[in-house]
Design a protein around this ligand. Structure first.
Ligand code: ATP
Ligand code: MG
Length: 901
């Protein structure tokens, strides 16, 4: 990079500053994990956080926005993984700069802003910029002549650099239905010396880089053939920061910009390659730089390696990066070294990297260590499988084999595919997914934009509009007042039964009720919705759920308990107060728990999910090992200490940035508006939170942890109870203790001591019983020795000893040999834990004539379904069928006779 060229950080800032100068509001990048959208695996474009605004189910306080958005394109509709490492312009993780207009400016401004920034601020040569506009190859949607006109008006824009392109690249759709419209792409000519471009397909070659896409949202798609004009039109644009940096820094590859080259250099330092060697083998450098950057950003956003969905992607990215290290001779964990360069490089723009430095580095290294242990075996195994495929003159590795490699060795499909491709073979991916179905990897990511409401949203939006037009609701919609009183009055504005508006509804009907305002809390931030009742003269509705299908519209979902409510009836809405109090204790308890974990486990213990219900709370957090009993106890003690200290909860509203700068904790994967609500207790707990809370910590009452466990790799879960439920728990436990004390005939404080004493006593009793049994066995043996059976002059003892253990049998066998010094054979058996065990011993002279303990024991053991052996003088064996023992023992005399012949 030359001195006068802007750095990547400067380019990012200049984009943002340019649009702030055009009255845009800077909005922070949202998390890579899309808030409240389980169908979309990762944020893959800048507009994801504004999707609901385009859909009309969310409002913002501004109509112009700009930002740099963290994006991942590694799954679902947008998957660029195959290009990463192969080309110089696609990454898994990248930053997309964007500017938006929500019903504000349109094509004219969008195009001229883009042109101004590119040619006047960044001073790109005008003759190297090309634009595309939409022309429908199916002739159903009008050509975007409006955009053409604005392009032709740009100072210095040459009409020969404008091309008409069809649906695939120039018509942008969110999903099968919903907002959509034509777009206009801006391409940069990397090799103008090749002369004027006449054929538009050249734009798709490596002579050009697409840098910016301007999307003009003007239609609402209702179905395959129905496009309705939207009442208001929007702008959504996306520009790849790495690509622009490559151009402004005058280099031929995104990887040679100051946004990625430091990572390449860090890899080179480890590999020890010369510059020439690096250039000759650039692919692994690209992959490692890309994947180390992606993994760092993922982990900073709370995505840790695992087997499912997002976690799987994090695992795959790290493992794949690690394996490419092998191409450079790196065979032990090294990615954390590259990740630390990522953190240094990006921490200013993305402070979450700095905050999570340790967990990023530790997580990456641990994942590499785990994979290091199996990679070699997995590769050998795969090579064998690929040999087989080739020997059979096939080209496709069966999917279940690839699945097997993942389940036994943790070898991700993407790596199996890499290795197969290195030998010109493919993997049956459909078969892989079928085999892995229970893992549900990557599935659910099919529709890149998630579900888009459809008819229901439409219905409620129309309802809202008509209520507003009739003056029943003001522009703010239904009043949402969950924080002050628990009761509100108002007239029923609308009743909906089975998706249709009705004037009245009768008993037992399931009904949706719209009121001018509500004191109910709507599920958010893990806290469940309130329940309660709506009642009027002679009627009553039980409300069991609440939701918001469109911005400004709140729906009470309930069942009519009695009477016949009508639209226009005066109504009183009441939240179930007892339940609400239980909920708020759990919510305040959750904040206290979070703070205690911070203090005792460490700051890396970040919230990864939470449930605040009336009867318990659940808190998931990032941490790599089970909490010890000691830690659990300390956490519980700390929470109860804070409860008793009786801290007031300070609730304030302030700008998001200010709250974050003050150190308030944001919830992972949550969407925040511009002004946020913050909740603070003392100097130990400060969170962004829209939930309902106690006024003072002491109202939580008592906090008890009921379980600690794991939900996914790197994520722990604590469940706890507070207030009434904690009291109930103590009460039940107390009752159990009382019962135990009664059994022990002792006081409550003596239960542990007495139980322990009882157990000691039992152990002693068992010991003396064993001693007695042994003594008894010896006495029996002595008696038996008095009248031994003789077989051809050999003294033989075979017997099943009751209640003996192996040790007893050994003592008895020794005793036999002491007493019978010659011509003696003994076989002692016992049934231990349901299985026959036996010991055989013979005197020395017997061995000489071929009667050996090892053979004898073998002879007997095979008859009881077992085997064994040992030295000629003494041997042991076991079997399976105790009921065959007597017969087997009876056969010994005949066996000896056989040996003597
Ligand atoms: P391409 O055709 O090059 O894959 P795209 O049409 O998928 O690009 P858009 O979805 O329009 O791109 O995204 C807007 C901008 O984001 C692009 O113009 C480009 O500058 C940038 N971009 C898109 N994908 C990537 C990627 N994988 N890595 C880096 N930048 C990207
Ligand atoms: Mg693309």
């Amino acid at each position: 990079m030359k001195k006068n060229q802007p750095t990547g950080n400067e380019i990012r800032q200049s984009y943002i500053d340019f649009f702030i100068g055009k009255d845009h509001k800077f909005v922070r990048s949202s998390s890579l994990v899309p808030g409240g959208d389980s169908t979309l695996l990762f944020t893959n474009a800048g507009m994801v956080q504004f999707k609901d605004v385009f859909l009309g189910i969310d409002n913002r306080e501004y109509t112009r926005a700009t930002n740099s958005q963290k994006c991942m394109r590694v799954a679902g509709k947008h998957n660029d993984l195959d290009d990463v490492g192969q080309d110089d312009t696609h990454h898994t993780f990248f930053e997309m700069m964007g500017n938006w207009s929500f019903g504000d400016y349109y094509k004219k401004e969008a195009i001229s802003y883009a042109w101004e920034l590119l040619t006047e601020i960044w001073k790109l040569p005008k003759d190297r910029l090309y634009a595309t506009v939409f022309e429908d190859e199916q002739n159903l949607i009008p050509t975007d002549e409006e955009a053409v006109e604005h392009w032709l008006n740009q100072p210095g824009f040459n009409k020969d650099r404008l091309f008409y392109i069809g649906r695939k690249d120039n018509f942008w759709e969110m999903g099968d239905t919903g907002p959509c419209g034509p777009c206009s792409e801006i391409h940069y000519d990397l090799r103008p010396e090749e002369g004027p471009v006449t054929d538009k397909s050249i734009l798709d070659t490596d002579r050009f880089t697409e840098i910016w896409n301007l999307v003009f949202i003007q239609y609402n798609r209702k179905g395959p053939d129905q496009l309705d004009p939207l009442p208001s039109t929007h702008i959504d644009t996306g520009l790849g920061l790495d690509r622009v940096a490559a151009i402004l820094q005058n280099t031929d590859s995104n990887y040679r910009t100051d946004l990625l080259f430091p990572l390449v250099e860090a890899v080179q330092e480890l590999s020890g390659d010369t510059d020439q060697e690096r250039e000759d083998n650039f692919t692994p450098y690209r992959v490692i730089a890309d994947h180390a950057r992606a993994a760092s950003f993922l982990i900073a956003d709370g995505v840790v390696p695992g087997n499912l969905g997002r976690n799987y992607i994090c695992r795959m990215i790290i493992r794949r990066g690690y394996r490419f290290g092998g191409h450079l001779g790196l065979h032990s964990p090294f990615l954390a070294k590259i990740a630390s360069v990522v953190i240094n490089l990006y921490q200013e723009a993305y402070p979450e990297l700095k905050q999570n430095r340790k967990i990023i580095l530790d997580t990456i290294t641990r994942e590499e260590e785990q994979f290091q242990q199996t990679l070699e075996n997995a590769t050998l195994h795969l090579e064998d499988m690929l040999d087989e495929v080739q020997n059979q003159k096939q080209t496709l590795l069966p999917g279940e084999k690839a699945a097997n490699l993942y389940t036994t060795y943790g070898m991700p499909l993407e790596i199996t595919r890499d290795i197969a491709r290195e030998r010109n073979l493919q993997v049956d991916e459909e078969g892989f997914h079928k085999a892995m179905d229970q893992h549900r990897i990557i599935s659910g990511a099919g529709n890149a934009m998630g579900d888009v409401g459809g008819e229901e949203v439409e219905f409620f939006r129309n309802l809202l509009t008509s209520l507003q037009e009739n003056g029943k609701l003001d522009s703010g919609g239904v009043g949402y007042h969950p924080y002050d009183t628990l009761t509100r009055q108002g007239k029923i504005l609308a009743l909906i039964v089975d998706g249709e508006e009705v004037q009245s509804a009768g008993e037992k009907k399931s009904v949706q009720v719209i009121l001018p305002e509500t004191p109910f809390y709507i599920e958010a931030g893990g806290q469940v919705s309130d329940t309660g009742i709506i009642e009027g003269k002679n009627w009553k509705i039980v409300v069991n759920d609440l939701y918001q299908p469109a911005a400004g519209l709140i729906v009470h979902q309930g069942t009519i308990l009695q009477g016949k409510p009508k639209v226009g009836d005066a109504a009183t809405v009441k939240v179930d107060q007892v339940r609400r109090m239980d909920i708020k204790r759990n919510h305040t308890g959750t904040h206290l728990l979070h703070a205690a974990l911070d203090q005792i486990i460490g700051e890396h213990a970040r919230q990864a999910g939470s449930l605040v219900a009336p009867d318990h709370l659940r808190f998931d957090f990032t941490h790599n090992q089970a909490l010890s009993a000691e830690e659990i106890k300390s956490v519980e003690e700390e929470v109860n200490r804070r409860i008793l200290e009786d801290h007031p909860l300070a609730i304030t509203h302030k700008p998001l940035q200010e709250a974050i700068d003050e150190g308030a904790r944001a919830l992972f994967g949550e969407k925040y508006g511009d002004t946020v609500r913050t909740i603070k207790m003392g100097d130990f707990s400060y969170e962004l939170c829209g939930g309902t809370h106690c006024e003072r910590s002491s109202e939580v009452g008592l906090f008890l942890i009921t379980s600690e466990g794991s939900t996914a790799a790197g994520i722990r879960r604590i469940e706890a109870v507070t207030g009434r439920y904690a009291y109930q728990l103590v009460q039940t436990r107390f009752e159990e203790l009382k019962t135990a004390a009664q059994y022990l005939s002792t006081g409550l404080d003596q239960v542990a001591y007495q139980t322990n004493a009882l157990l000691e006593l039992q152990k002693m009793a068992e010991k003396s019983r064993d001693r007695l049994l042994k003594k008894l066995a010896i006495i029996e043996l002595n008696q038996a020795l008095e009248n031994l059976e003789e077989v051809n002059g050999i003294k033989l003892l075979t017997t099943i000893v009751e209640d003996a253990d192996l040790d007893t049998l050994r003592v008895m066998a020794d005793r036999f040999r002491q007493r019978v010094s010659e011509k003696g054979v003994v076989l002692l058996a016992a049934v231990i834990d349901g299985s026959p065990r036996m010991i055989a011993a013979v005197t020395e002279d017997m061995i000489q004539i071929g009667i050996k303990a090892g053979d004898l024991v073998q002879h007997v053991a095979t008859q009881v379904g077992g085997g064994g052996g040992g030295r000629p003088g003494l041997a042991e064996a076991g079997g399976k069928d105790p009921e065959k023992l007597p017969e087997a023992l009876d056969s010994v005399a005949a066996w000896i006779k056989g040996k003597l012949q």
